[in-house]
Design a protein around this ligand. Structure first.
Ligand code: G
Ligand code: G
Ligand code: MN
Ligand code: NA
Length: 256
């Protein structure tokens, strides 16, 4: 079987699952939300990382049904944690979207249906797209982002700083959050010389009324520097790797 066929079967056989990585309030350490990250539990290949199959699903269009499954699963999981009283009203779930998904003409209708079925309130959902998804699809992006805005669904720019050099799109499009790519965070080593673009990106978010999430925090030194630079939110292995849902439940039971 080729990979595409295998992935189609995998979807029908319910071989996909979501892991969840905590997004943390840096000052208090309190969990503010989770990023949902897909995995494929293949009977022959083992646990497969999305970087190995998302590109294929994007090329073949399989990302559309797969992405709908991801959205529905993430929304219904957060709703379940709400019902169990494990999370408060400030907790959200973030879902990654590819360009193909984002530019589906009926994307917002699909989203409305998923929110209705799972009974999750839209302000608990955050969507993540990359700069290139916006810039390669400017016309459709404008209308989709307005529709999301009117539903109070917030939009994050993922891997910020690695894509386009122009920042003008930040004015043109209603973006709520910049997720600072982990390559910037990883050069933080405690010295003032290696802050790189980290302070500048924070200034951009302040000037534009956005918030910043620092990705890929791995050390206490990186955390201390980010806090010193007034970064409010972050995620990374220092706090937690992406976890299966059962482990999240255990974590939430002990969260301050
Ligand atoms: O979890 P991991 O670091 O292996 O993820 C690798 C890449 O796959 C990341 O860029 C992440 O954004 C992407 N990814 C993970 N889950 C999903 C998903 O559900 N949908 C899409 N479109 N991308 C995802
Ligand atoms: O592109 P995106 O930011 O959605 O990718 C998320 C990916 O980053 C996930 O696959 C996750 O496993 C990975 N990741 C999360 N935290 C860290 C970290 O602290 N260090 C590294 N190297 N990768 C991380
Ligand atoms: Mn992401
Ligand atoms: Na990212």
């Amino acid at each position: 079987l080729n990979l595409e066929t295998e992935l189609r079967y995998a979807l029908n056989r319910h071989e996909f699952l979501l892991h969840y990585q905590p997004i943390v309030h840096l000052k208090t350490g309190k969990i503010q939300g989770f990023e949902a990250l897909i995995r494929w539990n293949s009977p022959t290949r083992g646990l497969v990382s999305p970087s190995q199959f998302i590109p294929v699903t994007e090329e073949t269009g399989l990302i559309v049904p797969l992405g709908q499954w991801v959205l529905k699963e993430a929304c219904s999981q957060l709703r379940e944690w709400q019902k169990l009283g494990l999370v408060d009203d400030s907790m959200s779930v973030s879902v990654n979207l590819t360009a193909h998904q984002f530019t589906q003409v009926d994307f917002c209708q699909q989203l409305d249906q998923i929110l209705a079925e799972t009974r999750l309130s839209p302000h608990h959902l955050k969507l993540e797209i990359t700069e290139s998804t916006i810039m390669d699809n400017q016309r459709s992006a404008q209308s989709i982002l307005q529709q999301l805005k009117s539903r109070h669904i917030s939009l994050s720019i993922d891997d910020f700083g690695t894509g386009y050099s122009s920042l003008s799109y930040l004015h043109a499009f209603p973006v709520d959050i910049l997720k600072v790519d982990r390559s910037f965070v990883q050069s933080l080593d405690g010295s003032r010389e290696n802050l790189g673009l980290i302070p500048a990106i924070f200034s951009i978010t302040q000037a534009m009324g956005m918030s910043a999430i620092a990705e890929g925090i791995e050390t206490a030194i990186q955390l201390a520097q980010l806090r010193h630079l007034n970064y409010e939110f972050g995620q990374g292995y220092f706090f937690s790797k992406p976890l299966p849902s059962e482990a999240v439940v255990e974590l939430l039971k002990t969260d301050p």
